[in-house]
Design a binder for this molecule. Structure first.
Ligand code: SIN
Length: 527
């Protein structure tokens, strides 16, 4: 089967949805695909904190300085300037005016602003602690009812189609590489469909699921990143994996984030002896120090005190602020017999956000013609070595919209003659050898390697060991992939190991300890 559109968007998080809606508003026909059964499932859905907007006593210059400082000053300054100067207004026009996202209001009817780590002022718009849910639902409603958007669920892109890789016309091999679409697995029917589009936007999110502990849902397996890499796109800043300081530590809970805005509203961290400790690590910002510093401090306290977790103390915050402002955390903890008004909340750091990704310019364009990447899968250099809280949703809006506008201002068209030279996906003769035990155990191995050797604290020795183990695993997985029927699980495993190798190589090739790439014996610096 062959499908044709002006734009193919892969991924239904905030960046993909913004790109799809804006493209459609500009008159382009869009296929929007997701491997998930439910189009709402994405990292965006689980965002709690919120999105950077214009704060009180705020200025683009202040936002610029905060993003740079958190990023250890290695950010792409043009990207930071663009987001600081244009981001809050773009967010307001698109999310508030066009999509009608409901953000929490203060008593005067304005947007209530919260604070998160390393922000100089209160500037974060939120929908209590369900910001991602509000955004995701609002955007999906608009996308689903848009006459120019077709949303296809349970559809997993397997590989990008290019003239050089796939055309039966040998002359195409010698021309500039351009993306023509993607081969997509229809997960339910086990069929591979060709989706052709002159512009393809990768918005597949991040890589948290490659780690044993993560705040991300299990679908965050680095699919778009691996796929772009196989096509020849450049990956940059892969060593910078951000660990969120506080996810819930409980036997019966997995991947549940405890938003930083709880600390923004006054909660503090305690070690196993119930002592506050952040003042020993950052005298000025204490519990609101940049994330990389807080995560390392927690890791250190856990190690030094021989504990599996630390604690968040929110007991001194006014009661109504806890259940009304943080209903999701309140309820989730309550179900686990933790009353956050009277009990401490056990927390551990977990992999949260990929600051690196597919290299793009400020329009989301990669070096491969027709290929765009936006959101967490992409890297404009905005975050440098560590992302400032609540900038990722803003990044999704800014670059999602810019990619759509760039595509619409160009003149890319499906080239019917060229597309005729692209064969349908050819199923090699494959054995039916889906073995979920093998796949699960390989995935667990990747997660253990990444957590222990490519995690919060790194060393050359650990990274070298990780790369050797991952390379061996990659070889085995590739063999397995070639022998078996394609399934979502096998594709995820293949992408996960490819991405893990790339992250580890990135970490090994940078001996400077900075931000989220922490190598203690190399010293530490934020400059
Ligand atoms: C949080 O709510 O703590 C996460 C927000 C973010 O990652 O920007």
């Amino acid at each position: 089967m062959r499908n044709y559109s002006d734009v193919l968007v892969i991924g239904t998080g905030i960046a993909g949805l913004c790109a799809a809606i804006e493209s459609a508003d500009l008159g382009l026909n869009v296929f929007l695909i997701t491997k998930n059964n439910d189009a709402g499932e994405s990292n965006t859905l689980y965002a709690q904190g919120g999105i950077v907007g214009p704060g009180e006593d705020d200025s683009p210059d202040l936002i610029y300085q905060d993003i740079l400082k958190a990023g250890c000053y290695i950010n792409n300054r043009d990207a930071v300037r663009l987001v600081a100067e244009q981001g809050p207004a773009m967010m307001n026009q698109f999310l508030v005016d066009r999509i009608k996202v409901h953000f929490s209001k203060d008593e005067k009817g304005g947007h209530e602003l919260t604070r998160e780590a390393a922000h100089s002022v209160r500037r974060i718009l939120h929908s209590r602690d369900k910001s991602g849910f509000a955004l995701s639902r609002g955007l999906l409603e608009v996308a689903a009812s848009h006459e120019r958007i077709e949303i296809c669920t349970s559809m997993m892109a397997l590989d990008l189609i290019t003239n050089c890789h796939h055309s039966s016309d040998h002359q195409e091999k010698y021309k500039k590489k351009k993306v023509l679409g993607a081969y997509v697995l229809d997960i339910k029917n086990r069929d591979v469909i060709s989706f052709f589009a002159p512009s393809v936007i990768i918005a597949t999110g991040g890589v948290g699921a490659l780690y044993e502990h993560t705040s991300n849902p299990s679908c965050a397996t680095g699919d778009g990143i691996a796929m772009a890499y196989r096509t020849g796109a450049e990956l940059i800043n892969s060593e910078y994996i951000q660990f969120h300081p506080t996810t819930l530590f409980h036997r019966d809970s997995e991947n549940f984030l405890i938003t930083e805005s709880l600390r923004g509203e006054g909660a503090i961290l305690l070690n196993r002896f119930r002592e506050p400790f952040m003042n020993r690590y950052n005298k000025e910002l204490k519990d609101l120090a940049p994330r990389d510093e807080v995560s390392r401090a927690i890791y250190n306290e856990m190690e030094e005190t021989g504990s599996d977790c630390v604690y968040l103390d929110a007991r001194h915050i006014e009661n109504h602020k806890l259940d009304e402002r943080f209903p999701q955390i309140f309820e989730t903890c309550r179900k686990l017999q933790i009353d956050i008004r009277t009990d401490l909340i056990p927390v551990v750091p977990a992999a949260h956000y990929f600051c690196g990704g597919i290299k793009t310019d400020l329009d989301g364009s990669t070096e491969i013609e027709g290929l765009y990447a936006v959101g967490e899968a992409a890297c404009t250099g905005l975050h440098g070595a560590n992302r400032l809280a609540s900038v990722s949703l803003l990044e999704g809006v800014v670059f999602g919209l810019r990619a759509a506008r760039h595509i619409s201002s160009g003149d890319r068209r499906n080239d019917a003659v060229l597309l005729d030279t692209i064969p349908d996906w050819v199923y090699p003769r494959r054995e039916e050898c889906f073995d979920s035990i093998l796949i699960d155990s390989d995935m667990k191995t990747i997660r253990t390697i990444m957590w222990n050797y490519v995690g919060i604290r790194r060393s050359k020795k650990r990274l070298e060991r990780a790369l050797a183990d991952l390379n061996y695993l990659r070889h085995r997985v590739e063999k397995f992939y070639k022998q078996s029927y394609v399934t979502r699980e096998i594709l995820e495993l293949r992408n996960a190991v490819e991405t893990a190798v790339n992250i580890t190589k990135g970490a090994l090739s940078n001996s400077k300890s900075l931000g989220c790439h922490y190598i203690p014996d190399k010293g530490e610096s934020r400059e």
